[in-house]
Design a protein around this ligand. Structure first.
Ligand SMILES: Cc1cc2nc3c(=O)[nH]c(=O)nc-3n(C[C@H](O)[C@H](O)[C@H](O)COP(=O)(O)OP(=O)(O)OC[C@H]3O[C@@H](n4cnc5c(N)ncnc54)[C@H](O)[C@@H]3O)c2cc1C
Length: 379
């Protein structure tokens, strides 16, 4: 292992070469904090969609340029109603994780950054120098360490778990102008469950069966749900499965683990716990960090991304939904119905005006939420 400065020294070491680690290293290219060493034991990264609400922010320019498709119309469906909203100012976009991560990896490698396939095992701090130990037996020295290892979920953690198929159909099957954020017309026995449909064209879409519960289900379970959904609601029995994606996102906030350096990404609370979205927040988080590093500012801890009130509202919402999963169709369709298209996106992005949050609070069923709100503040 060599680098331009000294065999074992890197200006920046990043623990984890996932979305946050790669994005941070990419942002630092050309600065004196580069070359970065990224350390990650994962040999291959599974392909999946990174979907995000796009408000036109310059930090999202790269993701926007690599996006597979964007939409400005979306819906939530229940057995009782279909709520459709549109926006002129915002869009919902999706980029493939492999095209995003491969783009970053290529640029990092071309600029002499190094991604080492091993595990960080220990960090020693000595004044302003850090020593990073890895399971390969090799140690590295640096002035800046960032840690993106996600926290380990605890026993009763609530997960957003899902399996998706990208399908190609012969007959036109999808309305490719509109994303189905949630279609609740599916069995609700295993926690609250919905179908998420990203229509790439009239004949291709990602269809994901998504459940919120503490029990991850067998692949066959989600696959059976998608098959039934295609047949019963999209009237489609002839299709080819192009690829599958699967995941389980723990919706807890970080456990108390001792960080190796400054936490970033999910490890720094970038996840919006009520929705499972983190991608755009990770990009904003590490872009701001990279700017501080380049400006040689004293770096403060990375913020959680969402306001205290939003985090509290998410906690209360998840508490209500864990106890009453059957309320989910009503709650989510009511939130979308109550807000204008732009207001809904501003709420989803985070940091929205209080007036939008009050609109939501006023529209939701009071008894369940008052109980959960009281539980959230009781010791
Ligand atoms: C399948 C899936 C789909 C998702 N889709 C979306 C989406 O559409 N939109 C959205 O906003 N969010 C989405 N998310 C949530 C979130 O955006 C992603 O989880 C994102 O990858 C988090 O980035 P991260 O860098 O914080 O963590 P990760 O990408 O998980 O990276 C952390 C890395 O740390 C490494 N690591 C762990 N231990 C060590 C160690 N000891 N030493 C070195 N490295 C270590 C791991 O191998 C891992 O690669 C999705 C998540 C999943 C799992």
């Amino acid at each position: 292992m060599t680098n331009a400065l000294n065999e074992d020294y890197f200006p920046t070491v990043i623990v984890g070469a996932g979305c946050a680690g790669l994005t941070l290293a990419h942002e630092l290219i050309g600065s004196k904090n580069f070359p970065c060493l990224l350390v990650d034991p994962q040999e291959t990264r599974p392909e999946h969609a990174f979907s995000f609400w796009d408000d036109g922010h310059p930090n999202l320019a790269l993701a926007r340029s690599l996006a597979k498709k964007s939409w400005s119309k979306w819906e939530i469906k229940t057995f009782d109603r279909t709520v459709v909203k549109t926006s002129r100012s915002f869009s919902y976009s999706t980029v493939s994780s492999s095209s995003y991560e491969q783009h970053l990896t290529r640029n990092i490698n071309t600029n002499n950054g190094i991604i080492l396939k091993t595990k960080v095992t220990k960090l020693h701090k000595n004044d302003d120098k850090h020593k990073i130990e890895t399971s390969s037996g090799k140690s590295f020295y640096t002035n800046n360490v960032f840690d993106s290892r996600p926290a380990q979920p605890s026993a009763k953690t609530l997960f957003q778990h899902f399996l998706g198929w990208e399908v190609s159909t012969v007959a036109p099957t999808f309305d490719d102008t509109m994303v189905t954020l949630m279609d609740f017309r599916v069995p609700q026995k295993e926690g609250f469950h919905f179908m998420y449909v990203l229509p790439y064209s009239k004949t291709s879409a990602l269809i994901e069966s998504t459940v919120y519960s503490d029990k991850i289900l067998s692949s066959e379970w989600y696959e059976n749900q998608i098959t039934q959904y295609l047949k019963n609601f999209l009237r489609c029995t002839t299709y080819e499965i192009i690829y599958k994606e699967q995941g389980a996102i723990p919706l807890n906030k970080k456990d108390d683990v001792i960080p190796f350096g400054m936490p970033i990404g999910l490890n720094a609370g970038a996840l919006r716990t009520s929705t499972g979205y983190a991608f755009s927040e990770i990009i904003h988080q590490v872009s701001s960090l990279a700017k501080q590093l380049k400006d040689e500012k004293e770096i403060g801890a990375v913020g959680p991304g969402y306001t205290k009130l939003e985090n509290w509202m998410d906690k209360v919402l998840l508490d209500v939904l864990s106890l009453n999963p059957d309320l989910a169709p009503h709650i989510f369709s009511t939130i979308l119905n109550t807000l204008k298209g732009d207001e809904f996106v501003r709420f989803m992005i985070g940091g929205c005006p209080l007036a939008i949050k009050l609109k939501i609070i006023r529209a939701l069923p009071k008894p369940s939420f008052i109980g959960a709100a009281l539980r959230s503040v009781s010791p």
